[in-house]
Design a binder for this molecule. Sequence first.
Ligand code: NAD
Length: 274
Amino acid sequence: MNIQLKTQTSSAARPLIGKVSLVTGSTSGIGLGIARALAEAGSAVVLNGFGLATEIATTKDQIAADYGVKVSYSTADMSRPEAIAEMIAATLAEHGRLDVLVNNAGIQYVAPLDQFPVDKWDAILSINLSSAFHTMRLALPAMRQNRFGRIINIASAHGLVASPFKAAYVAAKHGIVGLTKVAALETAELGITCNAICPGYVYTPLVEAQIDGQAKAHGISRAQVIHDVLLAQQPNKRFATVEELGALTVFLASDAAGSITGAALPVDGGWTAH
Ligand code: NAD
């Protein structure tokens, strides 16, 4: 009796044992938090993103040791479709399957529309939007074959509402919410779900990089930027956390979320309820 109870507890706590997850942009911030949460839930994990090779190797070993799962790493640049193809092929070759695809890699640039650098527009559209098209088109055949798949796109509150000076980011994030809906409709009968998570502000290196720029642009202090600019729209007046996003990702990847598809789920402290 006790043994049975213990087994039930551990499979409930680790609902993703036997699954393989790929998280783009997972060497930092939200992606790293999500990769950890998926590993904690029992999934093997493929990391991706930029950074110091030594630090990435340490992160990889740490996740494997902490959660007893297989962890691999792809250097693929999400702005290069051929590198994305190699990453998906290598994942399938090494792990034999791909169950959970988290499109998270993203960059930001802030400038008025008529001064927005064309190269920044192109980079944001390719990394924040087109990369997800490529990972999805390449992962779907294997998911179809397994009649199981979970695609989770890390969009943003900016996938649902706009802010000034973020033309490329808002366009890309609205685009990924639309792409999510199309994928959900095309896969609805196949055991595959596709959802978008729309975080408000989360304190990560991507947000840290905006604080000094915004302080200069508005002529105010860092503390004022955080309270009066970044969290101005976020009614709960605190950053969302990577742990909250990891927990939602694990839930969406689990069997319990099998009927949730095509949704864009805000994790924004009420921002988009305005
Ligand atoms: P971050 O800068 O901490 O991490 C970004 C990750 O993407 C890193 O691992 C980086 O190496 C990787 N990356 C960047 N360019 C890449 C490329 N060309 N190829 C492969 N990997 C690349 O940022 P974050 O705040 O963790 O953001 C992650 C995602 O969450 C992004 O899509 C972002 O738009 C979204 N998001 C963030 C917030 C926030 O407040 N931080 C809010 C809403 C949505």
